[in-house]
Design a protein around this ligand. Structure first.
Ligand code: WTA
Length: 645
C-alpha cells in the first residue's frame, strides 16, 4: 500500500462515522453486499476464503462437518501454518516481518526480515527436534515480548508441536499448573526482561514451576545478562547457531491441534482451549485483511501480550499470515515517559494500532503534550478489544490518536473464538461509539433469553453463536470433554454460549459484559473462583467471595470478602493474603481490597450471593435478600464497606 500520510479515512453522516472514499478505495473489503453473500451459504463462503487466503498442500474433502458439540473445518485438508506465515513470502526476503522495540531507550529497535525470521525459525525447529520434540508434543512457552517468542511459536508450528504460551506476569504456580495439564516436555523461557526501567526476573519462576513436572529441558533466552549452563538448561541463541538451517515443514491436517491457550472460566482451574490449524489460520488471515486492512508492507501494532489470545492472533500470527509487518514492544507503556507509545507509532510509521480500552483510559488522564508532540499521521485504522469502551474514551481515542481521520473498530471476541467476530469493517462502517457492530461475514450471532428464544429487538439477552460455527472457534478443552460441554453447550444445546450479554442498537450489537463470574481486569481475563481458591489456601480463612468492582482505569478490579475462623483481621493478614494471590496467580489478580466480614450472604443451598456483594460495592440497593438464610449479614457487610470507602 502506498502510504499517504494524514489522509481522512472517515466522514461523518447522520451523527455517526462512515468510511470516506479514500478508505473505500484502499480497503480490502468495501462491498456491503458481502454480508448477504456470505449469509446465503456460509460454508461455501468460508471454503472460498480458505482457498483464497491460504496455501494448502492438499485440498479438503469436506468443507464443514458438524457433530455437536464438535465441528470440523476443511476436513481432510492439509497445510503447514509456518509455511503460510513465512515460506510463501520469501519472494521478498528483505521485507520486514517484525519490528521489535526494546524498553531501554539506549537499545535500538530491531527490524527482522522475512528471510531472517525464516532462517531462525527453521533452525530453532531443528533445535526442538534434536531435543526430542515430535508432532503432537506440547511445548510450554513462558516468554516476554521479545522476538524469540515469535521464533519459538513458529518453530513449533513448523514441526507440528503444540505450543502452550503462558503470560510472563503469571506466577510459578500458574505456570506449573499449565505445564502439568499439558504434560509439556520442553519449557522455553528467558532470564528476564525490562519493565518500567527495571529488570524483571523470569527464570527463577520458571525453574520453580518446572520442578517435578514432565519438563525435560529448559531453553533460555539471555535477555538481561543472566547465564545458564549445564543440566537441563540450554541457551536459546547458542543452540540456534549450531542448528541446521533447513527444517522440512510437517504437513498437518487442517483439524490437527496447533496450540493450547489456558483461560479462566467460572471454576478455579484454568482450561486449556484447543485451537486447530486450518480453521484458525483462515479466520486469523481474513480478519486481518478485512478488519485491519493489512496489505504487504503495512505495519500493525497490537499492544497485547503473547500470553493472551489477542497477542497470538494479532501481535504474532495474523500480520505474518498476510505478509505485513508486526511491531512488538517489550516494556511498560509510560517508560520513560507517557509519550513512549506515540513516539513508537511516529518512529516506525505504524498504520494499524490495536489496544485495550484500559490503556486508552489511562492515557486520557495524562498531559496532552505527550501526544501532540508526535506525528501520528501514518495511522490508518484504530481498534479496541477486550472490554466495553465508553463513549468518552472512544471519542478521545478517535480524535486524539486517530486525529479524527481513522475508522475505529470495536472488536468483540474471546480466547475461545480464536479471531475477531463482531465489529464493523473499516471499508463498510458505520463506526459508532460503544457499539461493536455486526457479525463478521459468514458468522451468525443472536441475542436470546434464558430458554434460547429470541428477545424482542433492543432488549438485553445472552449472546450466542449459531451454526455453522466460525472456523477459528475452539475445538474442545484439553482433556476435558465434560467441561467443554458444560461451559459452552449445556445451556443452549445447539448454540454456542458466549457468556456475554448484549443488545441491539439500531441493528448493531452492543456488548454489555460477562454474565458469569469472569472478570476483566485491565482487559485481562480472570476468574473470581481462582482468586477465591488462592485466598482459601490460608489456614485462617473460613469463607471467601471475590467480586469485580468497576474501576475508572482498569474497567474492573477484584475485591475480596473474607470470613476468618477466629483470628482477628489485621493489615498484616490483608497483605499476606494479597501476596499469596501474587504467588498463586500473579499480581494481575491481586485484590484491590480485602474486606473482613462476619458472614457472607448465602442462599438456603449454601450458594454465596455475589450479586449482593457487587451491589453493595457500588452503593446500590441489593435485591434478592428474601432468598438468603442470613439477611442480617448484608447490613453488617454494608457497614464494613462504607467504613473503609
Ligand atoms: C470481553 C479477548 C466488550 C467479553 C479477545 C469476552 C469485550 C471476553 C470485547 C473475552 C469488546 C472482548 N467489547 N467486551 N469489544 N472484546 N470482550 O478471552 O466479555 O481474554 O467474553 O479474549 O472479553 O476475553 P478473552
Amino acid at each position: 500500500m502506498k502510504k499517504s500520510k494524514g489522509i481522512k479515512y472517515v466522514t461523518k453522516k447522520g451523527g455517526v462515522f462512515w468510511p470516506s472514499d479514500a478508505m473505500k478505495e484502499i480497503a480490502n473489503m468495501s462491498d456491503p453486499k458481502i454480508y448477504d453473500k456470505a449469509e446465503k451459504n456460509p460454508v461455501k463462503f468460508w471454503g472460498e476464503l480458505a482457498k483464497g487466503g491460504l496455501t494448502w498442500e492438499k485440498e479438503w474433502d469436506e468443507t464443514y462437518e458438524e457433530k455437536l458439540p464438535y465441528f470440523k473445518w476443511f476436513k481432510g485438508g492439509e497445510l503447514n501454518f509456518c509455511v503460510n506465515c513465512l515460506d510463501r513470502y520469501l519472494d521478498k526476503p528483505k521485507a520486514i516481518a517484525m519490528i521489535w522495540v526494546p524498553e531501554p531507550t539506549n537499545e535500538k529497535p530491531i527490524k527482522i526480515t522475512y528471510g531472517e525470521l525464516y532462517d531462525k525459525v527453521n533452525k530453532f525447529a531443528n533445535v526442538l527436534k534434536q531435543n526430542g520434540i515430535k508432532k503432537g508434543d506440547v511445548v510450554s512457552i513462558y516468554l516476554p515480548m521479545i522476538p524469540q517468542a515469535l521464533t519459538a511459536m513458529l518453530a513449533c508450528t513448523r514441526i507440528g508441536a503444540i505450543h502452550s504460551v503462558v503470560f510472563s506476569a503469571f506466577s510459578a504456580d500458574a505456570l506449573k499448573a499449565r505445564i502439568q495439564d499439558g504434560k509439556a516436555k520442553i519449557l522455553i523461557t528467558a532470564d528476564g526482561y525490562y519493565r518500567q526501567g527495571k529488570k524483571e526476573p523470569l527464570l527463577k519462576k520458571a525453574k520453580v514451576a518446572a520442578r517435578k513436572t514432565t519438563i525435560k529441558k529448559i531453553i533460555v533466552v539471555n535477555r538481561i545478562g543472566g547465564k545458564v549452563r549445564g543440566g537441563k538448561f540450554l541457551d536459546f541463541d547458542t543452540e540456534i547457531e549450531k542448528a541446521n538451517s533447513y527444517c522440512k515443514p510437517e504437513i498437518m491436517k487442517s483439524e490437527d491441534t496447533m496450540f493450547l491457550l489456558y483461560t479462566s472460566g467460572t471454576t478455579g482451574k484454568p482450561k486449556g482451549i484447543v485451537h486447530d490449524t486450518g480453521g484458525y489460520a483462515t479466520q486469523a488471515y481474513w480478519t486481518c485483511k478485512w478488519n485491519f486492512d493489512l496489505h504487504r508492507g503495512d505495519v500493525m501494532w497490537c499492544t497485547a501480550d503473547i500470553g493472551w489470545i489477542t497477542g497470538h492472533t494479532y501481535a504474532m500470527y495474523g500480520p505474518l499470515l498476510t505478509g505485513a509487518t508486526t511491531l512488538i514492544y517489550e516494556g511498560g507503556p509510560v517508560f520513560p515517559n507517557p509519550g513512549r507509545w506515540w513516539k513508537i507509532i511516529q518512529d516506525n510509521e505504524v498504520n494499524v494500532f490495536y489496544t485495550a480500552p484500559t490503556a486508552i483510559r489511562m492515557f486520557m488522564g495524562g498531559d496532552k503534550k505527550w501526544i501532540s508532540k508526535y506525528d501520528l499521521s501514518s495511522l490508518k485504522i484504530l481498534g479496541t478489544v477486550g472490554e466495553p469502551i465508553d463513549k468518552e474514551s472512544w471519542m478521545w481515542y478517535f480524535n486524539k490518536i486517530g486525529g479524527g481521520r481513522c475508522p475505529l473498530i470495536d472488536t468483540w471476541w474471546q480466547t475461545e473464538t480464536g479471531g475477531t467476530l463482531i465489529n464493523t469493517l473499516p471499508g463498510i462502517g458505520p463506526f459508532v461509539p460503544t457499539v461493536s457492530g455486526t457479525s463478521f461475514p459468514g458468522t451468525r450471532h443472536a441475542i436470546v433469553n434464558e430458554r434460547g428464544g429470541a428477545v424482542p429487538k433492543g432488549d438485553s439477552g445472552f449472546l450466542v453463536q449459531q451454526s455453522p460455527f466460525a472456523p477459528g472457534m475452539l475445538h474442545g478443552i484439553f482433556n476435558n470433554h465434560k467441561k467443554y460441554v458444560d461451559t459452552y453447550w449445556k445451556k443452549f444445546k445447539t448454540m454456542y454460549d458466549t457468556s456475554d450479554g448484549a443488545y441491539l442498537q439500531n441493528g448493531l450489537i452492543r456488548i454489555t459484559g460477562r454474565t458469569d463470574d469472569v472478570m476483566k481486569v485491565a482487559g485481562h481475563r480472570l476468574s473470581t473462583a481462582e482468586v477465591e481458591n488462592a485466598i482459601h489456601d490460608n489456614w485462617h480463612v473460613k469463607d471467601c467471595a471475590v467480586v469485580p468492582m468497576p474501576d475508572k482505569i482498569k474497567g474492573q478490579v477484584p475485591i475480596a470478602f473474607v470470613v476468618l475462623k477466629w483470628r482477628k483481621s489485621s493489615e498484616k493478614l490483608e497483605k499476606k493474603l494479597k501476596k499469596h494471590v501474587d504467588i498463586k496467580i500473579g499480581p494481575t489478580a491481586r485484590p484491590k481490597r480485602i474486606f473482613f466480614v462476619e458472614d457472607l450472604p448465602k442462599t438456603r443451598s449454601g450458594k454465596i450471593m455475589r450479586r449482593i456483594l457487587k451491589a453493595l460495592l457500588i452503593n446500590e440497593k441489593p435485591e434478592g435478600l428474601m432468598t438468603l438464610v442470613n439477611p442480617n449479614s448484608v447490613e453488617k457487610i454494608k457497614e464494613v464497606v462504607s467504613a473503609r470507602s
